[in-house]
Design a binder for this molecule. Structure first.
Ligand code: 5GP
Ligand code: MN
Length: 350
């Protein structure tokens, strides 16, 4: 079992030293940031601003904007300080140009930063990874905190920050608690998957310290626009396909999304729904985005969402939760591709 004490003291000392010496720090999570990416970035930023000497400029740099559901975590100042590449690439490039430290939470390779990745080529700032995905690109970072036996980056970061606080002779700032609990909650799908024994201990400590789980749950799971649940019902009724082998898939094209008025991020979690069916072993959800479909894949134990994502959708992720893309712009064509690749995939799996 992974324990907080497994984090090497030497690595924590380097992290502390790197932050102390840096004057401009960029925090860069993965593109299409989820609760874990935003929560860990925000907790990291708050820790640095509250536990280190002032005078540092610390910014969260997002490739694409964060989901509305997690915006409640940020103060107005934090919203203004967050730079989003798809909205203002020059601002991101400008900030990066003078960064002397880059922290990458919740990703395992630089390419996961989307359009920010090319801006990092030949950048000589120190690079520190904090992540829970398998197979990190070790050559791309100067220091790695990489652990897969945790629910989320936020869970790992909690233990890193507690120990870092110890090194600095302070306690973990209260402002870090809700962002961290948010990431643990969303990455475990509200404690349905990826829960390790340490996870519940970690959450217990967060609650004891004052994390506000009720507020987090209200924002994340009880604040959806009505159109989301209407679309969900429509998709489950009309669009869900379940193959004989127990693979479910649903495809949402731009036309249908438009009809329901659905915005980016509002289909979060749809991929999990078919897994409630007894004979479904794996589920795919495709969401058209211009000339490609974003692909989300989830599987039950014994089936590898990751192998399917890597082999057929230019993606990857965790064993049971992965994603990728399909470069096509037609729903029927996408469905035909899925049927073909499932045949191939299942022939190799058995
Ligand atoms: P989601 O289905 O929530 O978008 O993604 C689930 C997981 O799959 C993420 O936590 C991430 O690890 C992984 N993932 C999603 N999209 C990609 C992708 O394009 N490339 C890679 N390598 N991993 C992805
Ligand atoms: Mn994560």
């Amino acid at each position: 079992m992974w324990k907080s004490s497994s984090i090497p003291a030497g690595d924590l000392a380097i992290l502390e030293d790197s932050i102390r010496q840096a004057s401009r720090i960029g925090i860069v999570p993965h593109t299409r940031p989820d609760g874990d990416a935003v929560g860990s970035s925000l907790a990291m930023r708050r820790f640095i601003t509250e536990c280190f000497d002032g005078g540092k400029e610390v910014r969260i740099l997002l490739d694409t904007d964060m989901p509305d559901a997690v915006r409640f975590l940020l103060t107005q100042e934090e919203k203004e300080q967050t730079l989003v590449c798809e909205k203002d690439k020059e601002a991101v490039a400008g900030f990066l140009s003078a960064c002397d430290l880059l922290i990458f939470p919740d990703l395992n390779q630089i390419s996961r930063c989307g359009e920010i990745a090319p801006l990092l080529r030949d950048h000589d700032a120190r690079r520190i990874l904090i992540d829970h995905h398998p197979t990190p690109d070790t050559s791309a970072f100067d220091l790695l905190f990489s652990e897969t036996e945790v629910s989320s980056t936020c869970e790992l970061l909690y233990h890193i920050l507690v120990r870092l606080a110890g090194l600095r002779g302070v306690t973990l700032p209260k402002s870090c608690l809700d962002p961290l609990l948010t990431g643990i909650t969303t990455d475990t799908n509200n404690f349905a998957n990826s829960v390790f024994s340490m996870t519940l201990g970690t959450v217990s400590e967060l609650l004891e310290a004052g994390a506000d789980r009720d507020t987090i749950l209200a924002h994340i799971y009880e604040s959806y626009p009505e159109r989301r649940i209407r679309l969900m019902g429509w998709l489950l009724d009309r669009e869900l396909v379940i193959t004989e082998q127990g693979v479910a898939y649903m495809i949402l094209d731009d036309a249908c999304a438009k009809r329901f008025g659905i915005l980016e991020g509002e289909t979060e979690g749809f991929v999990n729904l078919p897994l409630a069916v007894d004979r479904v072993k794996m589920s795919l959800f495709l969401r058209q985005n211009g000339d490609e479909f974003r692909v989300s894949i989830r599987s039950k134990k014994g089936w590898s969402a990751q192998r399917l994502a890597r082999g057929y959708f230019e993606g990857g992720g965790h064993e049971q939760a992965s994603g990728g893309k399909l470069r096509m712009n037609d729903k029927a064509e996408a469905a035909a591709w899925i049927e073909r690749c499932l045949k191939d995939f299942l022939a190799h799996e058995q």
